[in-house]
Write a protein that binds this ligand. Structure first.
Ligand code: PEP
Length: 249
């Protein structure tokens, strides 16, 4: 069984000094364990510091929260996959709901970003998830599979195996309302089945759940074997809470 992934998305919080302090505090309390991988997604400016803090730990890595798919050029304000790698990233988050819904990132953009990340040898974590009205309208499966297909378009089976999928229902992100373990597992099974049908490596795909995971509900969510880990925003900003979550399975 692959290690459980605990991924912290700091969003637009924690500059280099505060980021370094948090990673130090967490790593001093969460000892390396074979069954656990710790991923930190700090703001881009904090990436070099976080990368250097995790450098001595095989169980931990740093990633960029977003990237631009072009390799270089006149794209003011953007960061390419290779620049992120140079700054210490070994992972990239792609298609987070805030990128899709607040910054207008399209499904086609996510596909280009996944390919750019993998080309630069970064692991790609592709986020998918439905809006509340899509769930209420019975369209969860269709939305998630459309996002998945667009995000993975053009990848061969071996390459798809390097992508981790994060199922993050938009109505659960930052709202304090998490999906139940059973609801999350049901969508994970749909994603897994699609991956199995479309890629030979699919049955081994790692699928995380994200959306209002916290120190109180993490153990219950992670008791569901369909969850290969969690992607956490707000609750990853506090050392005590994050340490508890990272020990919840
Ligand atoms: C996220 O940002 O990916 C997320 C799941 O946020 P939160 O844990 O705050 O809901």
């Amino acid at each position: 069984m692959s290690p459980t992934i605990f991924a912290a998305n700091w969003k637009m919080h924690l500059g280099p000094a505060a980021g370094r302090d948090l990673v130090r505090a967490v790593l001093s309390r969460v000892r390396p364990a074979e069954g656990r991988t710790l991923l930190f997604f700090p703001p881009a400016v904090s990436l070099p510091v976080v990368a250097s803090e995790v450098a001595g730990r095989k169980d931990a890595a740093a990633g960029i929260q977003n990237l631009y798919f072009e390799p270089k050029g006149a794209f003011t304000g953007e960061v390419s996959a290779s620049l992120a790698a140079e700054a210490g990233a070994t992972w990239a988050l792609v298609g987070h709901s805030e990128r899709r819904h607040r910054f207008g990132e399209t499904a086609a953009d996510t596909g280009k970003k996944v390919r750019a990340a993998l080309t630069a040898n970064l692991g790609a974590m592709l986020c998918v998830g439905e809006l509340l009205e899509e769930r209420q309208g019975g369209r969860t499966e269709a939305v998630v599979l459309r996002q998945l297909a667009a995000g993975l378009e053009g990848l061969d089976a071996a390459t798809v195996a390097r992508v981790v999928v994060a199922y993050e229902p938009v109505w659960a992100i930052g709202t304090g309302v998490n999906a139940t373990p059973a609801d999350a597992a049901a969508v994970h099974r749909v994603i897994r089945a699609w991956l199995r049908d479309h890629t030979p490596a699919g049955s081994r795909a790692r699928i995380l759940y994200g959306g209002s995971v916290n120190a109180k509900n993490a153990a219950e969510l992670l008791a569901e074997p369909e969850l290969d880990g969690v992607l956490v925003g707000g609750a990853s900003l506090d050392a005590d809470g994050w340490v508890t979550i990272c020990q919840a399975r």
